[in-house]
Design a protein around this ligand. Structure first.
Ligand SMILES: NC(=O)c1ccc[n+]([C@@H]2O[C@H](COP(=O)([O-])OP(=O)(O)OC[C@H]3O[C@@H](n4cnc5c(N)ncnc54)[C@H](O)[C@@H]3O)[C@@H](O)[C@H]2O)c1
Length: 333
């Protein structure tokens, strides 16, 4: 089993700039245009930066090829350091470039959304999307460092804050310590810090997702289907994925916990109700789930909750899961 050492660093902008300066000679980067104004002038003007205008739409094989061609033209070598500066879509794409170019070079992840801080930038799972589904081509390639600088979050939109909070809510179910911090309404920065450390510890033990790392997928089976069906941000969809999982499995006490966590985090309860989305289609939802599961797979492995801080994995026949969904009042259209 591959073990990974902690590579998380928390720093303010001036110290991040020092890290960038130290790597000026070996510097290459993929950067989200949305954070250009946060960066020092030499980075803004560098010829070694591939800028992304719409990161999620660029997270594909075509852009992957473009980035590789661009870096080869600019003289990238095995001793270069590739910086990924942006949200989860940027770090996923850039990390996959780092995993592949010249058979793999070092990279540093600099997450700039709350979601990427607490989840996407940590753990070295890197990938691009395919027309058949999200994250279908990728690798495990750990960043040498994850530089977490909360200063970037000052320019996030409300939608992106909500998305990040959705992933934070997930951690509130995985860890009693994080749940308590959320319910005590401690600062989001402190809570995010705890989420990062929690994920990092799991990844250190189970880099290749052969064991407990799968718990981090709590809420994702339904979440991905909500994300695709309702076109809502990833983290909000994950929060909804947990809520409706609890509904489908009739875990009413945990549903109360869900509401408390969502309320403490300031996630809009109304917007996480299916009734809020008149255009929701159960058939499209089911067909996404059918397409999302691997071919010839008759059952799926669901992450379920005993209680806050205690998860388990249950193998369930896919058709039985769909029946459970259909039987739930909320999904009746
Ligand atoms: N590899 C993993 O372990 C992992 C885990 C969770 C999610 N992900 C991936 O992460 C992606 C979602 O991440 P995300 O929500 O960060 O999406 P994103 O990277 O698309 O960023 C969301 C939006 O925020 C903008 N943005 C980024 N930083 C900003 C800033 N500081 N100020 C203003 N705007 C900013 C971006 O331009 C974009 O419009 C998905 O592709 C998902 O698959 C990966």
């Amino acid at each position: 089993m591959i073990r990974m050492k902690s590579n998380l660093t928390y720093l303010k902008k001036p110290d991040l700039f020092k890290v960038l300066n130290q790597h000026q000679d070996s510097f290459f980067a993929v950067i989200d245009e949305a954070v250009r104004e946060h960066l020092p002038d030499w980075v803004k003007n560098s010829k070694k930066v591939f800028w992304l205008k719409n990161p999620e739409a660029s997270k594909n094989l075509a852009t992957f090829g473009e980035v590789i061609g661009f870096f080869l033209d600019q003289g990238i070598s095995r001793s270069s350091m590739l910086f990924a500066i942006g949200g989860g879509a940027t770090t996923d794409l850039a990390g996959f470039v780092a995993a592949s170019i010249l058979r793999g070079i070092s990279w540093t992840s600099v997450p700039t959304t709350l979601l990427a801080v607490v989840d996407g930038s940590i753990g070295g799972k890197v990938a691009v999307n395919m027309p058949q589904g999200k994250n279908l081509v990728g690798a495990f390639h750990a960043p040498e460092k994850v530089c977490i600088c909360y200063d970037f979050l000052s320019s996030l939109s409300k939608v992106e804050w909500d998305s990040g909070k959705g992933e934070v809510l997930k951690y509130g179910f995985l860890s009693t310590k994080i749940s308590e911090m959320i319910l005590k309404r401690e600062s989001l920065e402190l809570i995010a810090h705890e989420c990062c450390e929690f994920k990092q510890k799991i990844v250190e033990k189970d880099f290749k997702e052969e064991g407990e790392r799968i718990f981090l997928n709590l809420g994702h089976t339904l979440g991905h289907a909500f994300e695709s069906n309702l076109k809502i941000p990833h983290g909000v969809a994950v929060a909804m994925g947990i809520k409706y999982l609890l509904k489908v499995f009739s875990q009413s006490e945990l549903l109360v916990e869900w509401e408390k966590l969502a309320d403490s985090l300031g996630i809009s309860l109304e917007e996480t109700n299916l009734s809020h989305y008149p255009e929701f289609s159960v058939d499209k939802f089911k067909s996404y789930m059918l397409q999302d599961k691997k071919k010839n797979q008759t059952s799926i492995r669901l992450v379920l909750l005993n209680k806050v801080g205690s998860c388990y994995v249950q193998e369930i026949k896919f058709q039985d899961f769909l029946k459970k969904i259909e039987a739930n009042e909320d999904f009746k259209s």
